[in-house]
Design a protein around this ligand. Structure first.
Ligand code: KG4
Ligand code: ZN
Length: 352
């Protein structure tokens, strides 16, 4: 099945052509137009600007994905599109465009949940991967553990009770004066901190909720890190536009990253033991974090479970992952007609 997939849930306009069958899992093209530079001026995503940027980019992005795949719309079997969760104005652009394409070329339309899509990136990396598996999706909006019973049936067994890990990375990075989005820059700063032995410089509260759930909470950790930075600034008599000393910046980034990673792995360990699942997938934008990738890989080894982690290009938002999930949704008969709507949150949009 040749799938043209479209993703526009946040600040990346993406399109891809993937080919999926019982024996084939191939990427023919993947185009991602990022709006990050525009939003960086404001220190975060501005929804109104994001929607307008999607409208401007989507035609060219889809056209390029088809050209790079050397295929025409007539040669595509199915159109897949992210319909939830995300910024509503952004989602509506992708959904409307996909509906137009599907209607014009008389192709089936498959709605895809963005979070399921993140996990589905793993199918393109590990061609043997099959449900059941456990998926840890760590992104700007989610930090969730799923028991993926079939390719389309995701049961959330743990999640964040407040902020997502990516949000915490971005907020701490912002207070530290790093460019938006802070995650990648925090990763680099933390790596220097670990290399200089500063991973234990500060102790912060764990994001693992101290009970027998598999839940996380990042808001207390985020506040503790920000308070720590304010206290140090006051002690050193620094003004608002003066930067913290480099050793302190490295120590904060490394200590924060260590605590996030340890907390995530602690619950992951419990979830894998309790479910007895033998395959683990790490996915989402924060899965690009070098320290998290190494720690989850070590945890998987300890537990003797097989781990699949997408390459960096398939961790952040992209349409390849949406195409992969669209295949399984289509196999399951999950098609939409032209009444398909977009939904900002998972709660309103049951996993179809
Ligand atoms: O999955 P994603 O691209 O978008 C959402 O669905 O939210 O995730 C974006 C998040 C941002 O918070 C970004 O800062 C974070 O992923 N991120 C990272 C790294 N690269 C991206 N966080 C930590 N370390 C990284 N290397
Ligand atoms: Zn995402």
């Amino acid at each position: 099945m040749r799938i043209l997939a479209i993703e526009s849930s946040c600040d990346e306009t993406a399109a891809a052509v993937v080919e999926m069958s019982d024996t084939v899992r191939a990427v023919h093209s993947s185009v991602v137009a990022s709006q990050v530079d525009v939003h960086a001026l404001y220190g975060g995503v501005v929804p109104e600007i994001a929607s307008r940027a999607h409208i401007e980019a989507i035609h060219g992005v889809v056209d390029r994905a088809l050209r790079e795949a050397s295929l025409t719309m007539e040669e595509i079997d199915t159109v897949g599109v992210t319909y939830a969760p995300g910024l509503i104005g952004s989602l509506l652009v992708g959904v409307s465009f996909a509906k137009g394409l599907a209607f014009t070329y008389k192709k089936p339309l498959v709605p895809v949940n963005h979070i399921k899509g993140h996990a589905a990136a793993a199918y393109l990396v590990n061609k043997e991967l099959q449900a059941p598996f456990c998926a840890l999706v760590v992104s700007g909006g989610h930090t969730s553990l799923y028991d993926v019973r079939t390719p389309t049936s995701f049961v959330e067994i743990g999640g964040t009770r407040d902020d997502a890990a990516g949000e915490a990375f971005d907020k701490v990075g912002r207070v530290m004066g790093l460019p938006y989005p802070g995650g990648a820059a925090m990763d680099r700063l933390a790596a220097q901190g670990f290399a200089n032995g500063r991973g234990e410089m500060f102790s912060f509260p764990s994001p693992a909720v101290p009970d027998d759930t598999f839940d996380y909470s990042f808001s207390g950790l985020k506040t503790a890190v920000i308070n720590q930075m304010h206290t140090i600034r006051q002690k050193l008599g620094l003004s608002d536009n003066e930067s913290l000393p480099e050793d302190i910046r490295e120590g904060i980034a490394a200590s924060f990253t260590r605590v996030v990673t340890e907390g995530i792995c602690q619950k992951l360990r419990c979830a894998v033991r309790e479910t007895g699942i033998r395959d683990l997938v790490l996915a989402g934008g924060v899965a690009a974090n070098s320290h998290l990738r190494a720690a989850v890989s070590q945890t998987a080894e300890e537990l003797s479970v097989r781990l699949t982690v997408p390459p960096l290009s398939l961790c952040g938002d992209n349409a390849v992952m949406i195409g992969a999930q669209a295949y399984f949704e289509a196999l399951n008969g999950n098609f939409a007609d032209s009444s398909l709507n977009a939904y900002a949150s998972d709660e309103n949009a049951a996993f179809v």
